[in-house]
Design a protein around this ligand. Structure first.
Ligand code: F0G
Length: 466
């Protein structure tokens, strides 16, 4: 029997019509997009799980805040609310607004990262990695070993290995400008980082005189996991836990498109006034005056309201249980995924489902294309297409450990019924088994190829063999 459904702590006030276009149309769209789901028009998608970024449904209060947003160029009322809300939640003194997370990375790394530097992180998100590598520096992933074992059930698989971090300090010394901790660890399955781990990482960084920054796009979801899973944290509020987590670090970069429940926005927040000053100088050239940072006043207002709402524990419980419930339905079908379910997404294990397709045939992309074709659902490959790279020592092409398909669940958007449909469709695609064909790249750009590349079934045949 079903356990109780996660209760939505809201009711619907506005709806958006979506369609499940007929299969022949989906077939045409997939062909025209050259098997790259990033190029399929969103009107032809029924359930869009490409990302949880910028896809949240805003609340009536956020829309109201947008209507009363203050568009003054400098020191607007909306900026004052934005700044003070972030200062209150994070405890950091300086707040620098910008249009999204990667802009925050660009601003911070532009000031702190130089050629030959090495930046440790649990696992760099792809734009974070690109922002490090773009400056001729090395992005070093130091996630704990548990985080690399997709089938292991463990509470904090996002933790950064302090042993690996210490080894990096010993090897690279002052080539390390700062350390980052991504919460939750998106590229490692949306897995949380414990408060205990944050304290240890913080102690290690500070013993070496190196600052710690958080990539805190999903900080509230991370704090919820701590409350549920970490001994001794049950009686604290999510807000108190988040605050203590922020206190372990010296600053953060934030994509507000996730846990601030908005469609656009981001910020850097930190304590170091000199670094903040250098960032603000860049901000004026790159994004805008320091009290709006490339956002409209109404966007700042929606972020401030979203940050207050995301700390509502009834919301967070519903949110994370909704994702977990997709996992439970997949369990019933025996569809394998990275365990346990993440905070914002489920990561299907395409490597084991399509073991007949080698990494060079992109099993995750093949699964993603078939999921669209079969059910009009858009997911995202996180595997060899996204992360294959050339090993700097051997010069050989290396595939990532895992070939995953991410089902990222937008916040407050889809119903339990729609997500049941998704889980059932995943089982149907899994059942296609060896009929699913590998894909090959027809064209690719030099960087971040997964966004733009063109593909076709190997040998030019059908995606699903008859
Ligand atoms: N850091 C993390 C952990 C992220 O997940 C993202 C974005 C960013 C930084 C960059 O933020 O998109 O606002 O520039 N993740 C999205 C995703 C795109 O689909 O996971 P952004």
């Amino acid at each position: 029997m079903d356990r109780e459904l996660p209760f939505e702590p809201y009711r619907t006030k506005v709806v958006e019509r979506i369609h499940r276009v007929p299969r022949e149309e989906r077939e045409r769209h997939l062909r025209e997009a050259e098997f790259n789901v990033f190029k399929i028009p969103s009107d032809a998608i029924y359930v869009d799980l490409l990302t949880d970024s910028g896809t949240s449904a805003m609340s009536d209060r956020q829309w109201a805040a947008m209507m009363t947003g203050d568009e003054a160029y400098a020191q607007s009322r909306s900026w004052v609310d934005f700044e003070s809300t972030i200062q209150r939640i994070t405890g950091y003194e300086h707040v620098i607004p910008c249009h999204q997370g990667r802009a925050a990375e660009n601003l911070l790394f532009g000031v702190l990262v130089r050629e030959q530097h090495v930046v440790p992180n649990n696992i760099h998100f792809d734009t974070t990695r690109a922002n490090v590598e773009f400056r001729g520096a090395v992005a070093l992933d130091c996630v704990c070993d548990e985080g690399l074992d997709p089938l292991l059930e463990a509470p904090f698989k996002g933790n950064l290995s302090v042993e690996k971090l210490e080894a990096a300090f010993a090897k690279y010394g002052d080539r390390i400008p700062f350390v980052m901790l991504t919460i939750t660890n998106n590229s490692g399955g949306g897995q949380p980082v414990s408060l205990a781990n944050a304290r240890e990482v913080s102690a290690s960084c500070h013993a070496h005189g190196v600052p710690l920054f958080l990539d805190c796009a999903r900080f509230a979801e991370n704090a919820w996991f701590i409350k549920r899973r970490e001994p001794g944290q049950q009686d604290r509020t999510v807000e108190e836990i988040a605050r203590e987590f922020f206190e372990q670090a010296d600053g953060c970069t934030m994509s507000a498109k996730k846990d601030a429940l908005v469609n656009i926005g981001g910020f850097v927040a930190l304590n170091d006034g000199d670094v903040a000053g250098s960032i603000s100088e860049r901000l004026i050239i790159q994004e805008g005056f320091p009290t709006y940072g490339g956002l409209a006043g109404r966007d700042l207002a929606a972020v401030a309201e979203g940050l207050r709402e995301v700390l509502d524990e009834e919301y967070l419980t519903y949110r994370i249980e909704q994702v977990a419930r997709v996992g439970e339905r997949l369990d019933r079908h025996g569809v394998p995924y990275l365990r346990p379910a993440g905070g914002h997404a489920i990561y299907l294990d395409a490597k084991s489902m399509l073991s007949h397709i080698p990494p060079s045939g992109f099993p995750g992309v093949s699964f993603t294309a078939a999921l669209y074709l079969e059910a009009g659902i858009r997911a995202c490959e996180i595997g060899s297409l996204m992360f294959e790279h050339t090993d700097p020592d051997s010069g050989e092409l290396v595939s990532p450990e895992m070939e995953l398909v991410r089902l990222a669940i937008p916040r407050r958007v889809y119903s339990h019924t729609q997500l049941d449909y998704v889980a059932d469709a995943c089982a149907r695609v899994r059942d296609l088994g060896p009929r699913l064909q590998p894909l090959e790249i027809v064209w690719q750009p030099p960087a971040l190829r997964h966004f733009l590349c063109r593909l076709r079934p190997s040998g030019g045949g059908h995606l699903i063999a008859t």
